[in-house]
Design a protein around this ligand. Structure first.
Ligand code: HEM
Length: 405
């Protein structure tokens, strides 16, 4: 049986250059055992083939540990205040058929607001943020742009009024280190305020704009099925959370990659038709979500040549899959024209990211608007001095210091 491995997948040093560690992980086998902070003992699928197989095999791997014989999560949820426990009601924590029911309801509403129709709003928000920088020379793009764009876009999409933005930023601002129990505990009051606020606005007459997703999700009905109030709040929180941080780190990490690979950035500026492949390569090379949520073995089984027990916990190491040389030629190279690019940054299987088109559109518009407005944009410090956060599974910059001209 595979022994427990110790790889640093948490420190700022790992995030600054994850490829050597990810390569070493893959060299150990397709699935490796690690003890992760907070999460505990986990089997990580580290090759492209193993990640794909695990995420698509819904008969062997469950998202809800209850479907793999574990009662721990259910017990914890019972003692948590309802404001927090309802967050586990969202579809990302469920398996089919419950997942399919919720995903069907949200897919329907999401598709109605086509991403095409959102593009002018995204561009207008990006321009407004860039206007604020017009007189500056040196700025931190992380706080001035990369955080605000996805927040404003998801608020516009959900139908949350502009005046709520700063409140959300304050409430959620403490959640910077998800690998530290105390940091999570310190973030709980802010989280509770967000959930309470979302519950208030999601009620009829509560303030959500009538043409937004919140109002649409409240009313959507398929085969007589509707979302309960708790499910609605939980779904909005999922969209709000999933749609924001991830995209922030794609935009900031992608810009850092472009600004530290001058020939690639010049290639994009000379030929804007490369934007779609550029965004895909940023998704692969940055891997903003490095790891999936946990999965649980539904039964005792032999998988990838190893024996596993019912209830064993797994996760897909997407960042390792995204630099697997059996799938990508010269995987460490940042190549904005790479095609095909079968990265797993949005996951795969039934939980494949709902917001993938929105995230792609936001990144493409962000890059296009920034380089049009400030064509001589460059890092104001050496790329090696840029700091990363200590995070598990998320690749997050602390700052992105930029000279605009
Ligand atoms: C660069 C940006 C993004 C990345 C890298 C990303 C990545 C992911 C990944 C890896 C998953 C699957 C997790 C798992 O299987 O454990 C996922 C699921 C999900 N994402 Fe995204 N995401 C991004 C943006 C968005 C946006 C903009 C939204 C919505 C507005 C969104 C909404 C969701 C939802 C609702 C799920 C759960 C789907 C389900 O359970 O069926 N994501 N995302």
């Amino acid at each position: 049986m595979n022994e427990t491995r110790e790889f640093d997948i948490l420190s700022p040093g790992f995030h600054a250059d994850p490829f050597p560690t990810l390569d070493q992980m893959r060299a150990e086998g397709s699935v490796i055992h690690m003890k992760l902070p907070i999460i505990g003992r986990t089997w990580l699928a580290v090759t492209h083939a193993a990640c794909t197989a695990m995420l698509k095999d819904h008969d062997s791997f469950a998202r809800d540990p209850g479907n793999a014989g574990s009662k721990t999560q259910a017990r914890i949820l019972r003692v948590l205040p309802r404001t927090l426990s309802l967050l586990a009601l969202n579809m990302l924590g469920h398996d089919d058929p419950e997942h399919r029911r919720q995903r069907g309801l949200v897919d329907q509403t999401f598709q109605r607001r086509t991403i095409e129709a959102m593009k002018p709003t995204i561009a207008a928000i990006a321009d407004r943020l860039l206007d604020r920088m017009e007189d500056g020379t040196e700025i931190n793009l992380m706080t001035e742009f990369c955080r605000d764009l996805p927040l404003s876009v998801i608020c516009a999409m959900l139908g949350l009024p502009e005046r709520d933005h700063d409140r959300f930023k304050n409430w959620l601002g403490r959640l910077t280190d998800t690998a530290d129990v105390w940091a999570i505990i310190r973030a709980i009051p802010g989280l509770i305020r967000v959930v309470r606020h979302l519950r208030r606005v999601s009620r009829p007459g509560g303030g959500a704009l009538p043409d937004g997703l919140i109002a649409a999700l409240r009313d959507v009905e398929t085969d007589g099925q509707k979302l309960s109030e708790d499910e609605l709040v939980s779904m909005i929180f999922l969209l709000f959370g999933a749609g924001q941080e991830t995209t922030t780190h794609l935009i900031s990490g992608g810009l850092l990659a472009l600004l530290s690979h001058d020939e690639q950035r010049r290639k994009l500026q000379a030929d804007p038709s490369l934007m779609p492949t550029c965004v895909e390569e940023c998704l692969r090379h940055v891997s903003p979500v490095q790891m999936t949520k946990p999965r649980f073995a539904i039964r005792d089984m032999v998988w990838q040549g190893e024996q596993f027990r019912r209830g064993d916990m797994f996760a897909g190491m997407l960042a390792a899959a995204n630099c697997d040389p059996s799938k990508f030629e010269d995987p460490h190279r940042f190549d904005i024209a790479r095609h095909p690019n079968p990265h797993l940054s949005f996951g795969t299987g039934v939980h494949f990211c709902l917001g993938f088109q929105l995230a792609r559109a936001e990144a493409a518009i962000a890059f296009e608007r920034i380089f049009t407005r400030f064509p001589d944009l460059r890092l104001s410090v050496d790329a090696r001095q840029i700091k990363w956060r200590k995070r598990l599974g998320i690749r997050a910059l602390v700052q992105l210091p930029i000279l605009l001209r």
